[in-house]
Write a protein that binds this ligand. Structure first.
Ligand code: ADP
Length: 246
């Protein structure tokens, strides 16, 4: 496959994520049909739409948890379908992922759950101890470091998951219905934790069916229906920021 030119079908340059006519089929059904879009560094983008619209699938394609059936996906200027499997970590370490079901390891403490990506990245113990302490303090969880996930509320568990997702200071954060099972107060705290990363310069993509998550925010909202983008709402005050130098 030929390299994708710097200026693609949308004429955009400097994008951190770009999709060109991306389709994902499961059997005969298309979960996504011909999606093209560009996301600039530092953007906050919500993908919304009814259940089954393709929101999760779209996020999963971006860190290659799934492979596109056709089309091309550039993440940080790499055509991710061409990245060898044993080098996927180079992209994934720059992406933090938050799932609906928290995905914490039940047999590990809160501290260990947050520290996992840092261990995987080969950071030394002292660095990890300091970094995780700061993250847990910021999340209001400093007293929970030695607890196990089951003993935490849903909101606390999701804040642990967010701390884990951001511990490597990723350039991109993908959150799939991050507040789905939470009460409004816990949902607000989890959203605040994610949005604080956006304010620090991270590019943040959030899939949700809940419009309350983006109402009143400076954000772009992509409305998906049956695997296609039906409408794009762009808050005019939203400005792309320079690619964070991290
Ligand atoms: P959303 O996140 O908007 O609820 P999904 O991306 O989960 O939507 O699903 C989009 C469509 O793809 C749905 O019709 C769903 O049933 C289908 N789908 C998603 N994942 C799979 C899978 N692993 N196998 C088969 N079909 C799937």
């Amino acid at each position: 496959m030929e390299p994708i030119p710097a200026s693609g079908p949308e004429g955009a340059t400097g994008a951190i994520i770009r999709l060109f006519a991306v389709t994902k089929a499961y059997g005969k059904e298309n979960a996504l049909s011909g999606i093209s879009l560009s996301i600039l560094p530092g953007e906050l983008v919500f993908f919304t739409g009814p259940s089954g619209a393709g929101k999760s699938t779209l996020l999963r394609l971006l860190y290659r948890a799934e492979e596109a059936s056709s089309g091309q996906i550039l993440v940080m200027n790499r055509n991710i379908s061409r990245v060898p499997r044993n080098r996927l970590w180079e992209i994934r370490r720059r992406i933090g992922v938050v799932f609906q079901d928290f995905s914490l390891i039940p047999t590990r403490t809160v501290f260990d759950n947050v520290a996992l990506p840092l261990f995987a990245a080969g950071r030394d113990r002292e660095f990890i101890r300091k970094k995780v302490s700061v993250l847990l303090r910021n999340a209001g969880l400093e007293k929970r470091a030695k607890s196990y996930p089951q003993s935490l509320s849903g909101g606390e568990q999701q804040r642990v998951a967010v701390a884990r997702a951001i511990c490597t200071d990723p350039d991109i954060i993908l959150a799939d219905e991050p507040t789905a099972s939470l009460d409004p107060e816990a949902a607000g705290q989890v959203m605040e934790a994610i949005l604080s990363q956006h304010r620090k310069g991270a590019t943040v993509l959030i899939a949700t069916h809940d419009r309350r998550l983006y109402e009143g925010l400076d954000a772009r909202v992509e409305h998906l229906t049956r695997g296609s983008i039906q409408e794009t709402e762009q808050n005019p005050s939203q400005e792309a920021r320079p690619f964070p130098d991290r």
